[in-house]
Design a protein around this ligand. Structure first.
Ligand code: ASP
Ligand code: MG
Length: 469
């Protein structure tokens, strides 16, 4: 069995949905006794729209619900009309779409009354984007002559109940998935499943976090014992660098699970970082494919191949800040480092890299630029007494920097790779602020000035021969 996940752009317009539906029908015709399963994101932009209207409602905008009602209805019904000329197919879909939108707007209105957007309300509200797109896709497949039904994932995906970042409970989910999908497969019908969310054991809707539909697809693959998961998106695959910085960046034909996780984390936002987890545990291959260029072979993500080049890709993250905690000998005191990380951990902010000099005088880490002021505030709270009484600790931010990283499993145990990295940047007179190497040796990262990124990435791409390997 195949799982095919279609992202926001692949279901973003009538034309895109038609193209995605054709891909599903093509896969179905290969073997109708073993129907493929579609997992869909919300139409592009809809999740953000739901979030922004929920936020406005919470801050007292009484029009938020009504405005949203109109936008959701227009976008989904006009798309449906364009895709499904057959009125008898459309009737049920229109009714279902209307019911979902009514429910979603009711929720936004109650957020407005309470003036409070709880994580619970937020997760429930954003789940409607996928509920709506799954109806469009299933009805389009029906229009193409193949049986198809939308499936809402809170009917089978049981989560740990954590909002905006939940983890599936696999045993419970597996049991439910059998119940939900067995009758659908028996009828040779294509299920079109909502990505992004599930529900706790008590039935409360929780999402897997932003971009979580990729993860939903490999979870479902694991539950249904799929051999392959296809992530259909709007690029040919995972690239050797950001094409806006490196015009001759090329699609990588094959990368390992570990490399994919590293690349997902470091800026190449092709897949959600947790996507590979179920694939590793269940021995599935994950393909990245382009909905709008389906004959391109794409990128295969699988177990590490026997032979491996050294550096596979150059990644970069802009708009980050280095936060440094410096204390005269203080960081050597057991517990200070722990307190720094406990404070950041509680804040929930993402830390991209960490570096500590062996003198133990200072500890630096890289966070998203917009998170830096809050991170510093948290640390100042944590260390308030030490700071004031002893005047021993300084905490500051270096804004306007970027991380550039070289990534590849093949550089493990290969001497000289970091030397080439530093020489290349040094020869170009690009100053390195901080360095870190993952202990897995999959990644060497440098912090440099943001204004140097446009020079650094192409130079490294060239140095490691990534354009013509
Ligand atoms: N629609 C959700 C989001 O925009 C999930 C996804 O598309 O993966 O984050
Ligand atoms: Mg995505």
């Amino acid at each position: 069995m195949k799982i095919m996940k279609f992202g926001g752009t692949s279901v973003g317009t009538a034309e895109a949905i038609r193209q995605s539906a054709r891909i599903m029908v093509g896969a179905y015709n290969e073997d109708p006794t073993d129907p493929p399963v579609a997992v869909v994101s919300a139409m592009g932009g809809i999740t953000n729209l739901l979030l922004s209207h929920a936020t406005s409602a919470a801050s007292g905008d009484r029009q938020a619900g009504m405005d949203l009602y109109q936008v959701l209805l227009d976008r989904h019904l006009s798309t449906l009309h364009e895709l499904v000329p057959d009125e008898s197919l459309r009737t049920d879909a229109v009714e279902d779409i209307q019911q979902h939108i009514d429910r979603c707007v009711q929720l936004i209105d109650s957020v407005g009354v309470l003036r409070d957007l709880s994580p619970r309300a937020q997760d429930w509200i954003v789940s409607f984007g996928e509920r709506l797109s799954s109806i469009l896709m299933a009805t389009t497949i029906q229009q193409l002559g193949v049986r198809s039904v939308p499936v809402e994932s809170d009917h089978y995906l049981v989560t740990d109940g954590v909002f905006n970042g939940s983890t599936p409970l696999m045993d419970e989910s597996r049991r439910k998935a059998q119940e939900v999908f067995a009758p659908i497969f028996a009828e040779r019908t294509i299920p079109v499943v909502t990505g992004f969310f599930g529900a706790s054991e008590a039935g409360v809707v929780t999402t897997l976090g932003r971009g979580g539909s990729d993860y939903a697809a490999t979870i479902l693959g694991a539950l249904l014992d799929a051999k392959e998961v296809f992530i259909w998106t709007d690029v040919d695959g995972v690239l050797s660098a950001d094409p806006r910085l490196v015009p001759d960046a090329r699609t990588l034909p094959e990368i390992s699970f570990a490399e994919a996780a590293e690349l997902a984390y470091f800026g190449a936002k092709v897949i959600h970082p947790r996507t590979v987890q179920p694939a590793i545990e269940h021995g599935m291959a994950v393909w990245i494919k382009n909905t709008f260029n389906p004959s391109h072979p794409g990128t295969r993500i699988g177990p590490e191949p026997a032979r491996n080049g050294s550096v596979k890709a150059i990644t970069s993250i802009n708009g980050v800040s280095v936060v440094t905690v410096e204390g005269a000998g203080l960081l050597g005191v057991a517990g200070v480092t722990a307190r720094v990380f406990a404070a950041i951990g509680r804040s929930g902010f993402n830390v991209f890299m960490i570096s500590q000099a062996s003198s133990q005088q200072s500890l630096s880490f890289v966070v998203q630029g917009e998170d830096a002021p809050e991170v510093i505030r948290m640390l100042e709270n944590e260390f308030e007494l030490d700071l004031i009484r002893q005047r021993l600790l300084r905490i500051w931010e270096d804004p306007g920097v970027a991380v550039v990283a070289i990534v590849g499993a093949g550089m493990r145990g290969m001497p000289g790779v970091s030397g080439r990295l530093f020489m290349t940047l040094g020869d170009a007179r690009i100053n390195i602020v901080t360095i870190a190497q993952g202990s897995s040796e999959l990644n060497i990262s440098c912090v440099i000035n943001e204004s140097e990124i446009a020079r650094a990435v192409p130079l490294l791409h060239e140095e490691f021969g990534l354009a013509n390997p």
